[in-house]
Each structure stands twice: as structure tokens, then as C-alpha cells.
Design a protein around this ligand. Structure first.
Ligand SMILES: NC(=O)C1=CN([C@@H]2O[C@H](COP(=O)(O)OP(=O)(O)OC[C@H]3O[C@@H](n4cnc5c(N)ncnc54)[C@H](OP(=O)(O)O)[C@@H]3O)[C@@H](O)[C@H]2O)[C@@H](O)CC1
Ligand SMILES: Nc1ncnc2c1ncn2[C@@H]1O[C@H](COP(=O)(O)OP(=O)(O)O)[C@@H](O)[C@H]1O
Length: 527
């Protein structure tokens, strides 16, 4: 049987703890074995990713360790770096929040004793603060193991002071183990956190790393694998991290014998005075995602502008044209990019929702999200809010949305019977059936007006294409693929053209989507 394409599993701290318990009771992996495996794997991944750091024979490394297993992981990592010849024990120090008692037998106490025996300096933060500070200040590399998934509430006390000092050091490389200390499932924007250069994300990767509010603290996220059996992780995770490589596989390619009507048809209502560009970008997005026909219904005063140079998009006068009165009934509709929130839009919205109740995929973006707030959906809607729009729509603050996207979206998707794409520098996607996904963004090329219009178009294009194959098909997959495609296109366009306009990003998306969904299907029909 072919494996189902999947992203990477993301878990909450609770799920990680449940996994640890099961690993111990059913797989013979006790905490000592897990810490040993995690710490060694962290050393391997880190040394493999940053070989240049270890060219310095006098490299000074300091571990900042709390009293839990996160600190133990960090100490085992240091021990492995020393044993593998990456650092000399006499150049290494341990800054610890608590000295383990002589009779204590925990993964942390054992790792501490091993390093002490190897000759690493050790400094308790509370009684030797000045020396501890000097050890951290003079380190080229700081390994942060102050607190991981055992964090309760916001950082306080000695760990907070240690984190404050580490954040003030500009010239050292800081690598956090598992999560940057201070980062947790409930972290809010003003909670202190270590800002790491890189984070060794011990599998299963913790979802809080991808909460928009904490993502920048994690720096370069490096997955550390080979610790838990895959089956065990699968049974504890419910959220997946998708990138374009994985996401393109969940959408079927076009068929060699497809015709424009069978490749998926899309109808778009977008643009108003002052934002005609949004309509053009959205329409190009739908084409770039592979739709066979795209029809744009624009306000009468914009119609002549948009119709000229429409590049294959069928542009019509939206004041008189009705949905489905062209040559095709759309497989997917998109309402909203640059549309305005005037009440005169409501009859069109009502008709679109009527079509949605009969199974037509409906993407509601920007102004259409605001307009549809009090309407009921029927399972075929995709909403694409950014933080401000989500906050208004759900009656919460922007900060809440950015801090706890999973919880908020899961509830809202279920209540509204809609797939939701929550856009920010990390994009989160939820489905009414409980599925959750994140797409890492961190692509500043997309932080420019028009990227959201492009996403809406890509989304409608993919939804139209898949709806043609399977009426009432999986809109969640379409949404995940669209978000992953936008990010990949943003990166590709930035690499080629630097700061570029959304139509250039649309061209990059068309290239990626074409390579994924048009190649390699010779002699084979799909769907
Ligand atoms: N399956 C996995 O994911 C695996 C997980 N593994 C690893 O175990 C880690 C979890 O270890 P854990 O449960 O022992 O707790 P941990 O993160 O070390 O935190 C405890 C420390 O934090 C401190 N502290 C807490 N709250 C605080 C606050 N508000 N403000 C200040 N301090 C606070 C607390 O202080 P204390 O309460 O002692 O004063 C103590 O020092 C996990 O992240 C991963 O690295 C791997 O080894 C194997 C596989
Ligand atoms: N720094 C970033 N990294 C990754 N993606 C980003 C970043 N900034 C913005 N984006 C993406 O760009 C799009 C912007 O959408 P939106 O704010 O609606 O823009 P507009 O309304 O101007 O089209 C979203 O898909 C968002 O996820």
C-alpha cells in the first residue's frame, strides 16, 4: 500500500508527556534512555548543520541547565560533543539552576556527574552568579536547556535571570534544546523567552514553536529524529507541519487529456475603486494553481481596466453578470479580495452561499469575511483571515489569535463548519473535522500588499481543480496545499528577484505548481 503523504507531527506539551509515558510503559524507553537518545541526536544534528562553528579548536561552550530533563538533554548533548572531539572539556562550563544532590538518580544528575568527571567547570547560578555570568558571557556557543515542555506559566526567578543575560549577549550562538526556554503552549506575547539562533526540535516537534507569537524566538528550527518509533508518535499527534514538498502530493495532478472545463473552473468577485490590483492578482493566482478557466466579475467602472490585458481570464461586468451565466458553472468561487464591505455586496454573497449549500467550494477572503460574519455555512467554505480579520470575526484580540492559533481555530472551524486559513508569518489551517496544520512561513518577501490576494486565488484554483474530481472534496487539503505553495513561491521569487511584486510571486507559484501537477503523468489518468 502506498504511504499516505503526511507533514511532520506536531504535539503539545501534554501530548509529549503522554508519549513519554507510553514509551516507558510499552516500549521499554525509560527517561534515561530517552534523554540519552535525545541529547546524542541533538549533538549529531547540530554538529552536522554548523560544522564551521567547530573549526575553532578553542571553542568555548556553556550549557545553561534547569533541573529537569531539558537540562539533562543539553548536558548529554555537551558530553557527546566533547566525546566526538568537537570541544575540549576544559573549555566547557555548566551553569545550573540547582546542583543535584549526591544521592539523586535522575537523567540530569547522571549527566551532570559525567561532565564534572570529564573536567567541565560547573557553576550554580544562585550562589556563584558572577562567575556564572562570566562563563555565559565568554562562551562562543550557549546551549539552552533551562526549561522545555516542563515549563509552568511564564519564566520566573533564577531561570528568568539566566535567560535575560543570555538574550543580552549579542556575539554568542545560542542553541535551544527542544524549545527556547520560556516558550510553551500558553505563551503570550509579553512572556519572556530566550531568543535562540537555532532550536533543536526533538521529535515529536512541539507545536508551540510554530505559534506565531513564539516562532521568531526559535530561529532556525532543526528537527532531531530517531528517538521515538513513528507509530508511537502517530498515535499522539493531531497537528501536522506541512511544506510544499509534502503538500503537493496531497493534490492530484492534472490529466493529460484534461480540457479547460475538466481542469476546474473558478469564478471570482473582487476589486473595487482603489484596489483593482487585488482582482488581477487573485485571478492570476487561480490560473497559477492550475484552474482550467477563470472568470472575473468586476464592478462596471473597473471592468474595462481589468478586461484589457486579462491574459486568458474571462472578465465580465459584475453589476449585471450573474454567477453561472457565462459558459460554465463554477466549481469554486472566490469572493472578497479588495471588494469592499458595502452592503450592496450582500445579494452576491447570499447567492454564493446558496451555491455553497449545494456543494460549490467557496473561498471567502478579506472583505467577504467581514461581510459573512453572521451567515451560516454548509461545509464548503474556506475563510482566509489575517490576524486582524480573525480577531474581528471571532470576537477575540489579535494577540490571542497569534498566541493560541490551534485552540482558537479548532473551535471556530467546528462552530462555523468552515476550513480556516489563518495567515501570518506562520500559517495555520483548521478543518471542521478537527484536523489542524501549520505551514512555516518566515518569508518576508510575502510581507507586502497583495500576497493575501494571491493566496486566495491559489486556494480557489486548487479547490476548483479538486472539486471537479470530487464534488464536496477535501477543502482542507486544498487550503494546506495553497498555503504551502504561496510560501514556496515567495521564497523562490525572493531568491530570483529580491523584493518583488505579487504578480512575480504568482509566476513563481505557476512554475512550482506546473512542475508538481503537470509533469510525470504521461499515460496515466488520475481521479
Ligand atoms: N517526548 C519528549 O518530548 C522528550 C522530552 N525530553 C526532554 O524533556 C523535557 C521536559 O523535561 P521535564 O518535564 O523534566 O521539564 P523541563 O522542561 O526540563 O522543565 C523543568 C525545569 O523548568 C523549570 N521551570 C518550570 N517552570 C518554570 C517557570 N515558570 N519559571 C522558571 N523555571 C521554571 C523547573 O524549575 P523548578 O520547578 O525545578 O524550580 C525545572 O528546572 C523536554 O523539553 C525535552 O527537552 C527528552 O529528553 C526525551 C523526549
Ligand atoms: N513574514 C512572512 N512570512 C511568511 N508569510 C508571510 C509573511 N508576511 C505575510 N505573509 C503571508 O502573506 C499573506 C498576506 O496576506 P494579507 O495580509 O491578507 O495581504 P494582502 O491583503 O495585502 O493581500 C498571507 O498569506 C501571509 O501568511
Amino acid at each position: 500500500m502506498k504511504p499516505v503523504p503526511r507533514g511532520e507531527i506536531l504535539v503539545s506539551a501534554e501530548q509529549a508527556k503522554a508519549l513519554d509515558r507510553e514509551a516507558s510503559s510499552s516500549w521499554g524507553l525509560d527517561p534515561f534512555a530517552l534523554v540519552e537518545a535525545a541529547g546524542r541526536a541533538c549533538a549529531g544534528v547540530f554538529a552536522g548543520t554548523y560544522p564551521g562553528l567547530f573549526l575553532n579548536p578553542g571553542l568555548r561552550i556553556a550549557v545553561a541547565a534547569g533541573s529537569g530533563n531539558n537540562g539533562a538533554d543539553a548536558m548529554v548533548m555537551l558530553r557527546a560533543l566533547i566525546l566526538n572531539g568537537h570541544a575540549a572539556a576544559e573549555n566547557c562550563s555548566l551553569v545550573i539552576s540547582r546542583v543535584p544532590g549526591e544521592t539523586e538518580h535522575t537523567p540530569g544528575s547522571e549527566a551532570f556527574r559525567a561532565l564534572r568527571a570529564m573536567g567541565a567547570a560547573w557553576l550554580p547560578w544562585d550562589t556563584r552568579r558572577e562567575d556564572s555570568g562570566k562563563a555565559l558571557e565568554s562562551a562562543d556557543l550557549i546551549i539552552d536547556g533551562i526549561a522545555g515542555t516542563g515549563l509552568r506559566d511564564r519564566l520566573r526567578g533564577d531561570p528568568l535571570e539566566m535567560a535575560g543575560l543570555i538574550n543580552s549577549l549579542e556575539n554568542s550562538f545560542v542553541v535551544s534544546v527542544d524549545v527556547p526556554s520560556g516558550c510553551g503552549d500558553t505563551r503570550e506575547a509579553d512572556w519572556p523567552v530566550i531568543y535562540a539562533s537555532a532550536t533543536l526540535a526533538v521529535e515529536p516537534v512541539k507545536s508551540c514553536l510554530y505559534h506565531p507569537v513564539s516562532r521568531t524566538a526559535a530561529g532556525h528550527i532543526l528537527p532531531v529524529t530517531g528517538i521515538f518509533p513513528k507509530e508511537l508518535q502517530e498515535s499522539h499527534g493531531s497537528t501536522y507541519l506541512w511544506d510544499w514538498d509534502a503538500a503537493q502530493k496531497i493534490i492530484p495532478p492534472v490529466n493529460p487529456d484534461d480540457y479547460k472545463y475538466t481542469r476546474g473552473t473558478v469564478e471570482i468577485r473582487a476589486g473595487s475603486q482603489g484596489s483593482a490590483g487585488a482582482a488581477r492578482i487573485a485571478a492570476r493566482g487561480a490560473q497559477a494553481a492550475g484552474a482550467g478557466l477563470v472568470r472575473l466579475l468586476a464592478d462596471r467602472d473597473l471592468y474595462p481596466i481589468l478586461a484589457s490585458g486579462s491574459g486568458g481570464v474571462m472578465v465580465d461586468d459584475g453589476d449585471t453578470a450573474l454567477s453561472g451565466d457565462g459558459r460554465f458553472t463554477p466549481d469554486a468561487m472566490l469572493l472578497g479580495p479588495g471588494w469592499g464591505t458595502d452592503d450592496s455586496r450582500l445579494p452576491v454573497l447570499r447567492r454564493a452561499l446558496d451555491a455553497e449549500s449545494r456543494g460549490t467550494a467557496l473561498v471567502l477572503d478579506a472583505d467577504a469575511i467581514t461581510l459573512s460574519r453572521d451567515f451560516e455555512f454548509h461545509g464548503s467554505v474556506i475563510l482566509t483571515p489575517h490576524a486582524g480579520e480573525l480577531a474581528r470575526y471571532a470576537g477575540i484580540s489579535k494577540e490571542e489569535a497569534l498566541a493560541s492559533p490551534g485552540t482558537i481555530l479548532a473551535r471556530l472551524s467546528r462552530e462555523k463548519k468552515a476550513v480556516i486559513i489563518f495567515k501570518s508569518h506562520v500559517t495555520w489551517i483548521s478543518s471542521p473535522d478537527g484536523r489542524l496544520a501549520a505551514v512555516d512561513g518566515m518569508t518576508p518577501a510575502l510581507a507586502a500588499g497583495g500576497s493575501g490576494d494571491l493566496l486566495a486565488g491559489l486556494c480557489a484554483g486548487i479547490a476548483g481543480r479538486t472539486a471537479k474530481r470530487q464534488p464536496r472534496g477535501d477543502l482542507f487539503s486544498a487550503a494546506v496545499a495553497a498555503a504551502a505553495l504561496l510560501t514556496a513561491a515567495g521564497k523562490a521569487a525572493a531568491a530570483d528577484s529580491g523584493f518583488c511584486d505579487p504578480l512575480t510571486i504568482a509566476e513563481a507559484a505557476a512554475k512550482l505548481a506546473g512542475a508538481a501537477w503537470m509533469g510525470g503523468v504521461r499515460g496515466q489518468r488520475h481521479g
